[in-house]
Write a protein that binds this ligand. Structure first.
Ligand code: NAD
Length: 269
């Protein structure tokens, strides 16, 4: 895959760590110029750890400060990218937060913040970056949704609603932007090992057991890695997926596909 994104300008929101970082590294390894839009500067540590990991970075990565909840910040970001690179080929809306609260404890402020990052952010990024994508060769938007846009965990009313919204936005943008040659798809990751959900397993008295229990929910026998998501994003952004638009591609090791059955009735119990 080395070189297949050479010459492409790729924007990744929330690219400083976790899934976003894996997406950044994947495109950079493929030769793209990647602009990381994040609240946080990935900084020297980010680049030094690549050397330690022996990562081959054929392309180029840079950070431009971005708060996807703030339209002024998005406008400044898009002006900066336009001035530096002249356009955008791929927009990956990845920045996201998770709010875990019972309905009775949820607040208007908490609900609105989740929506502002997870759903209004992708809308505003598309609104202000699509003009930079028009006329480019094979432009594509990839939104990071979630299996929680398809099902839900307890105490995740705002998160699950925001991710279902991301899936709806994906379909609407695919229909509206298709005539302009811009494809739009989403990836719905399952349980991926990042800071976002590491707290769940870290608070368990036996972390290894918690990870093993989680892995057992997946037909493939393991939880996901950020690189699993990055590989699918890379494919959706590539002209190989040129006839694919408006889709939500689940990347969850088969967790959503396995129908639940009581352990006492399972053949392998
Ligand atoms: N980890 C999982 O299991 C999982 C599963 C399904 C979906 N997702 C989704 O994948 C995406 C990435 O998740 P992750 O696990 O890598 O999360 P993470 O918390 O590790 O990283 C999120 C990144 O987004 C950035 N960010 C947060 N708010 C921002 C804002 N207002 N403006 C700009 N950047 C901002 C953070 O600084 C951080 O770098 C999210 O949209 C998340 O909902 C994650």
């Amino acid at each position: 895959m080395t070189g297949r994104a050479t010459g492409r300008i790729v924007v990744v929101t929330g690219g400083a760590r976790g899934i976003g970082r894996a997406i950044v590294d994947r495109f950079a390894a493929e030769g793209a110029t990647v602009v990381i839009g994040d609240l946080t500067d990935p900084g020297e540590l980010f680049l030094q750890s690549d050397v330690a990991a022996g990562l081959a970075v054929a392309g180029h990565r840079e950070w431009v400060p971005l708060d996807v909840t703030d339209e002024i910040s998005i406008l400044a970001f898009s002006e900066s990218v336009a001035a530096a690179h002249g356009g955008v080929d791929v927009l990956v809306n990845n920045a996201g937060i998770m709010d875990t609260r019972a309905l009775a404890d949820e607040t208007v402020a908490g609900w609105d913040l989740t929506m502002a990052v997870n759903l209004r952010g992708p809308f505003l990024m598309a609104k202000h970056l699509v003009p930079l994508m028009e006329g480019r060769a094979d432009p594509a938007i990839v939104n990071i949704g979630s299996i929680e846009g398809l099902g839900a965990n307890t105490f995740h009313s705002s998160y699950a609603a925001s991710k279902a919204g991301v899936h709806g936005l994906t379909r609407a943008l695919a229909v509206e932007l298709g005539p302009a040659g811009i494809r739009c798809n989403a990836v719905a990751p399952g349980w991926i090992d990042t800071e976002l959900n590491r707290g769940y397993v870290d608070k368990h008295p036996n972390r290894e057991q918690a990870v093993a229990d989680l892995a057992s929910l997946h037909p493939v026998g393991r939880i996901g890695d950020p690189t699993d998501v990055a590989a699918t994003v890379s494919w959706l952004a590539n002209p190989d997926a040129g006839f694919v638009t408006g889709q939500v591609v689940t990347v969850d090791g088969g967790r959503m596909t396995r129908l639940p059955i009581p352990a006492s009735l399972a053949d392998d119990a």
